[in-house]
Design a binder for this molecule. Structure first.
Ligand SMILES: Cc1cc2nc3c(=O)[nH]c(=O)nc-3n(C[C@H](O)[C@H](O)[C@H](O)COP(=O)(O)OP(=O)(O)OC[C@H]3O[C@@H](n4cnc5c(N)ncnc54)[C@H](O)[C@@H]3O)c2cc1C
Length: 499
């Protein structure tokens, strides 16, 4: 159940308010003896945490600052078809993916863009059409050959990593490799294609190659089964997971007071909510910007971990046309002398049948795009398209995302900065008294992904549940309900297509 925020906080039974921003001296469990948890943030991670605790018969309230749930999952329907302006791929089209049971249960279709399990190739090489900045198509043979060179360069960076005890950026390592192996250097259009591959790598991390840690870039574990687009968008999954959860929209949390056996949460309009514990799942960008005041302050080790983790940016410009004027490939790329000037469009027509292209920009360039008006951003990408396809028509509709400046996200997802301490994720995940932490950035192995955020929410909920059961003892009414998951397991296989 989602409500728009007009209802009074006291309607959430089991929570006492004193209205003065201090802990009540005596906590009275008048309406219920069930343990209570407040989840902060209604993205996939917070919703997953709330679901787990609700299934375990806890009293759960979810506070969400926006007027919608989903967070960095945002499926727009204004084109007359679903367009994901945030997450759109399921990374790991396999039964081990924790989202697979729900996707199967809902009968959602995946369009597999690549069977490769690496972090770099979420599209198969043969499904690209690359153009230079003048709009001339690059021969496919060059694209494939330079792709092989890129793989060799990355393999050599592994040696550089083993030789250096100090971390360095991926860009620095590539430059060392090219100095050592001049035969791997590319010139002319091949150099531009190499820059395009670097641009694609930067897109995975949503950061420029001079910022990405060499030590950790390929440490990330990717599930098997390759990468699949959610053809109907991610929204149905979020809605299904959120069903029947007490969600209060337009409830922006400003203060979290972590007491001896209670947590008190204050929202923007001054109202307060009290519970036995809370799970914080707001984006790492929001935590970095100190938009929420913690009392007492979070310990130094936790603050250091928040500040040390990188947060990237990626933006999308979705364009709907009245007809298709581009080739039937999955990605249209622009190769340029620097990775910053490269770019690419996802061809949604191939995956969904709708005449839609989605331009994607990552890292510094994604921030630059946010300085433009929507119209100027759409004009910018149309200039590029017109060079590639002189008969390109004006879009009938366009959408522009601004994840970097959106105060509810302040970036798109986390990544490892150069020199990140190895235990950073353990520290980010570690609870502080009655506060637990979820969200994509604390995922055990899959930061920056929907399934990673989901698992992080589940883990935070499990830890919170164990903590409260230990603290409050067992009680009659608690019965761990896992029937929902069992039900989902017993359904049809994943529906995967490639048109
Ligand atoms: C452009 C883009 C493309 C992406 N592509 C993919 C992809 O293809 N595949 C993939 O797996 N992942 C992708 N991701 C990453 C994925 O979207 C995220 O990892 C995941 O959705 C994060 O979920 P979350 O619940 O951790 O955070 P969020 O979804 O950000 O949820 C946090 C919630 O907290 C709320 N909030 C913020 N501040 C407050 C406050 N003070 N009080 C209350 N609530 C607050 C926010 O409004 C938000 O709803 C992409 C992300 C972006 C931005």
């Amino acid at each position: 159940m989602e409500s728009n925020g007009d209802d009074d906080s006291s309607s959430f039974s089991g929570y006492l308010l004193d209205g003065h921003g201090t802990f009540p001296s005596r906590i009275d469990r008048r309406q219920s003896s069930l343990p209570s948890v407040i989840v902060i943030g209604g993205g996939i991670s917070g919703i997953a945490a709330a679901r787990i605790l609700q299934n375990a018969s806890f009293k759960v309230l979810l506070l969400e600052s926006r007027d919608r749930i989903g967070g960095r999952i945002l499926t727009d329907y204004s084109f007359g078809c679903p367009i994901d302006m945030g997450a759109s791929w399921l990374h790991g089209v396999c039964n081990e993916n924790p989202l697979a049971p729900l996707i199967r249960h809902l009968g959602l279709t995946l369009y597999r863009t690549s069977g490769d399990n690496s972090v770099l190739y979420d599209h198969d090489l043969e499904s690209y059409a690359l153009f230079d900045i003048e709009g001339h198509q690059v021969p496919q043979q060059t694209v494939i050959e330079v792709g092989e060179v890129f793989k060799k360069i990355l393999k050599e960076t592994d040696k550089v990593r083993n030789e250096h005890s100090d971390d360095m950026s991926v860009l620095q390592a590539i430059s060392i490799v090219l100095d050592r192996h001049p035969e791997l250097r590319q010139v002319g259009i091949a150099h531009e294609v190499l820059q395009w591959y670097i641009c694609r790598m930067e897109a995975w991390f949503a950061a420029d190659a001079d910022m990405i840690s060499l030590r950790n870039w390929d440490e990330e574990q990717v599930l098997s089964g390759g990468h699949g687009l959610m053809v109907q968008g991610y929204d149905p999954l979020v809605k299904a997971l959120a069903k029947d959860i007490d969600i209060r929209l337009n409830h922006r949390v400003k203060r979290i007071a972590n007491g001896y056996n209670k947590v008190m949460i204050t929202i923007e309009d001054g109202r307060t909510f009290v519970a036995d514990a809370a799970i914080v799942t707001v984006p790492i960008g929001v935590l970095k910007a100190n938009l929420i005041k913690f009392e007492p302050k979070l310990p130094e080790w936790k603050r250091a971990a928040i500040s040390d983790l990188g947060v990237g940016n990626e933006n999308k410009i979705a364009l709907r046309f009245d007809r298709v004027f581009w080739p039937n490939v999955e990605l249209l790329g622009i190769a340029a002398p620097t990775s910053y000037a490269c770019g690419y469009f996802l061809n949604l027509h191939k995956a969904t049948g709708n005449p839609v292209l989605v331009y994607m920009a990552a890292g510094r360039f994604a921030y630059e795009l946010e300085k433009l008006s929507d119209e100027a951003a759409a004009d910018f990408v149309m200039l590029q398209l017109k060079k590639m396809f002189p008969d390109a028509t004006t879009p009938v509709h366009y959408l522009v995302s601004r994840w970097g400046s959106d105060p509810d996200s302040l970036g798109c997802y986390s990544y490892d900065l150069v020199g990140n301490p190895a235990d950073i994720y353990d520290k980010l995940r570690a609870p502080v008294a009655n506060l637990f932490f979820g969200g994509e950035a604390v995922s055990v192995d899959h930061q920056g992904s929907v399934h990673g955020a989901y698992s992080a929410g589940v883990l935070a909920a499990e830890n919170c549940r164990k903590h409260l059961m230990g603290r409050l003892g067992s009680w009659d009414k608690i019965e761990l309900v896992s029937c929902r998951e069992e039900l989902l397991e017993a359904t049809v296989p994943l529906q995967i297509s490639r048109l």
